[in-house]
Design a protein around this ligand. Structure first.
Ligand code: FAD
Ligand code: NAD
Length: 472
């Protein structure tokens, strides 16, 4: 056995683990990083990057087929599905060096390409190494949940771990699960020429605000995607090319290929957590708001910590752990200022409270303002007028923003800044936004908050009247 002593042991080289390792090593800590699978984790290899690359292929095809409103003839896109997958892998390989073993070794991190398992409160075994660490960060991520639906184990199916290697174009893709994975992949495949049916057990995009999610679902249905809601898949049968999914209420869906996208399960099986006294919940490792597990020397971050499961959350967690483990400073992870975006077209973005959550938490004190894309000149010029921005406001401060529309993911950035720093609506209204940009929507919705106060206000009218009488 090779014995290693280290300041910080990071288990998992995905979005969270890499951020902790890079930060800690560059600040002078002795860092050991374990990775049993691919460097870069889910986001680079099976998640954000391949999905956004395939969405880009779909967007290119869609633009060809819908060019005539801009004065350019529509073309039936000649889709080479396998070539689109080559594009996906090319994009992964362009980003790969940033997450590579060589780069991290260059930063001074000791990288061990093995799965780790606890053998005591302070020791982890990885291959023939036993590592003792002052502090340990578990950043092992999550895997696709493949539920025990009768028949599924004997029917060929894809998950996010296999879909991006599939090279034959599905004739008719059935997708079980209408969350972000399901809806993003539904639209990408529809635009690449597949028939697509989404089978959703409750409401599609159900974690988002129903009003803004509704805008996206209408658009997806308009592109020809069948979205069946309240359709809990209860039995799956068939063989490659001829698959059937039956819902609890008897509805039957037939297709050629099947994608399972019904959520995630935390990667904890290999860790032997009992040996370290680390407790778990149904969604992952139990952590307090400083991301410490029930073993006070061990943190859990990112997907395995069971909260919001996004790359930027894993990165945010990494910053909190560095502050706590390296500097011994207090640090708490919040969620009120965390945005998320579903990269459909139109995009769907959310930060903080939805309208229903805001009303439940703050009752009548909540004010809601909306502004439609149809009143934005840039959106009009680009024929992207579908959508709206909606802001939930408590005593002049935004507590939630929901956006559906083109570039919603870019627009939410401003609200992420505002909400992370406690800015008020007046700060957004004071900004001068360049014309004509989609970003003006943010300023205009802030204007919509103030305009009744200014324009429907008898005091303001009286003051203006008096001043005008005295002005030379
Ligand atoms: C299809 C899809 C699309 C997505 N799109 C987005 C998006 O657009 N934006 C966004 O913000 N998020 C997106 N996500 C979510 C995002 O990928 C995850 O939230 C993020 O990767 C979590 O980072 P992590 O560090 O917690 O885990 P991961 O990135 O999964 O990394 C965990 C790593 O730990 C390794 N590991 C596991 N167990 C062990 C062990 N015992 N020892 C050593 N190594 C181990 C794994 O091999 C893996 O490499 C998407 C996810 C999917 C599936
Ligand atoms: N753009 C992004 O940031 C992005 C994109 C993809 C994934 N992700 C992350 O990955 C996570 C997982 O995504 P996901 O879409 O797999 O999960 P999800 O939990 O968000 O959605 C899963 C959906 O499947 C449905 N479902 C569950 N069992 C079912 C059954 N038997 N039949 C029919 N429907 C069923 C649920 O009602 C739910 O709506 C997301 O929550 C998100 O954190 C993020």
């Amino acid at each position: 056995m090779n014995r290693i002593k280290t300041d910080l042991l990071v288990i998992g080289a995905g979005s969270g683990g890499l951020s902790v390792a890079a930060g800690a090593a560059q600040m002078g800590a002795d860092v050991t990083l374990l990775e049993g699978g691919k460097m870069g984790g889910d986001c680079l290899n099976y998640g954000c990057i391949p999905s956004k690359a395939l969405i880009a292929s779909g967007k290119a095809a869609h633009a060809q087929a819908h060019a005539s409103p801009y004065g350019i003839a529509d073309v039936v896109p000649q889709v080479d599905y396998a070539a689109a997958k080559d594009h996906v892998h090319d994009i992964i390989s362009q980003i790969e060096p940033h997450d590579s073993q060589a780069r991290f070794q260059g930063l001074g991190v000791r990288v061990i390409r093995e799965y780790g398992r606890f053998i005591s409160q302070t020791e982890v075994q990885a291959g023939d190494h036993v590592i003792t660490a002052r502090r340990i960060v578990i950043a092992t991520g999550s895997s696709p949940l493949v539920p025990p639906i009768p028949g599924l184990d004997s029917v060929p199916h894809e998950t996010n771990e296999t879909l991006f290697d599939l090279r034959e174009k599905p004739d008719h893709l059935l997708i079980v699960g209408g969350g972000p994975i399901g809806m993003e992949m539904a639209q990408a495949h529809r635009r690449l020429g597949c028939k697509v049916t989404v089978i959703e057990g409750a409401k599609a995009l159900g974690k988002d605000d129903p009003e803004t999610a509704g805008v996206v679902l209408d658009a997806l249905r308009g592109e020809g995607i069948e979205i069946a809601e309240d359709a809990m898949a209860s039995e799956i049968r068939g063989t490659k090319g001829a698959i059937e999914v039956e819902a609890e209420d008897g509805r039957l869906f037939k297709g050629s290929h099947l994608l399972i996208a019904v959520g995630r399960k935390p990667n904890i099986d290999r860790l032997n957590l009992d040996a370290a006294g680390i407790e778990t919940t149904r969604s992952g490792i139990e952590v307090d708001n400083a991301l410490k597990s029930t073993n006070r020397r061990v943190y859990a971050i990112g997907d395995v910590a069971g909260g919001l499961q996004f790359t930027h959350v894993a990165g945010y967690h990494a910053g909190i752990v560095i502050r706590s483990a390296l500097f011994g400073l207090p640090a708490k992870a919040g969620t009120a200022h965390i945005p998320w975006v579903t990269y459909t077209a139109p995009e769907l973005a959310q930060i903080g409270l939805t309208e229903a959550q805001a009303r439940e938490a703050h009752g009548d004190r909540i004010e809601i303002v909306r502004f439609p894309y149809s009143q934005n000149d840039r959106a009009t010029a680009e024929r992207q007028t579908t959508g709206l921005i909606k802001v939930m406001i408590l005593r002049g401060r935004p507590v939630g923003v929901s956006i559906a529309g083109a570039q919603a993911g870019e627009l939410i950035n401003l609200w992420a800044l505002a909400m992370a720093n406690g800015l008020k609506m007046k700060h957004v209204a004071n900004m001068v936004a360049p014309y004509p940009t989609m970003g003006e929507l943010n300023k205009r919705v802030a204007g919509a908050y103030f305009s009744p106060r200014l324009f429907d206000n008898s005091k303001v009218k009286t003051i203006v009247g008096l001043v005008q009488r005295w002005l030379p």
